[in-house]
Design a protein around this ligand. Structure first.
Ligand code: FES
Length: 133
């Protein structure tokens, strides 16, 4: 593979990602990226935010080329970030390259994709925001 390493950011090795699980990658701006590994050894990356109500997809269960969101069990495609019908919506996906067992994400995408998307506010934090003046 011909890679210009300036364009790709090394994030981990494939074996650092649990099989049927994920690992979160922090960014300078924006929410974390969840990097998934399935039982066929494929690696995928999505914004760590379910398109439904913002659940942490990194905490979901991987099966095939999908992940089940831990909050309400929507099935999200790892290759396109989209919910399985009849559910609707997509979460941003990130390009992945695997070279000699090392996992790289696009540096440009890490710095630009969905950097303004914020984490959901729910539970006690939300109630406090309502009563605070
Ligand atoms: S937040 Fe993911 S299914 Fe509801």
């Amino acid at each position: 593979m011909n890679m210009n390493l300036n364009d790709w950011t090394l994030v981990c090795r494939v074996e650092d990602i649990p099989v049927l699980g994920s690992r979160r990658v922090e960014r300078a701006r924006g929410m974390d990226v969840a990097v998934f590994r399935n039982d066929a050894g494929q690696v995928f990356a999505l914004l760590d935010r379910c398109p439904h109500k913002g659940g942490p997809l990194s905490q979901g269960i991987v099966f095939g080329t999908r992940v089940a969101c831990p909050l309400h069990n929507w099935s999200i495609g790892l290759d396109d970030g989209c919910a399985q019908a009849p559910d609707e919506g997509c979460t941003p996906r990130f390009s992945v390259r695997v070279e000699d067992g090392a996992v790289y994400l696009s540096a440009v995408e890490l710095a630009s994709v969905a950097v303004d998307v914020v984490a959901p506010v729910a539970g006690p934090a939300r109630r406090m925001a309502v009563v605070t003046r």
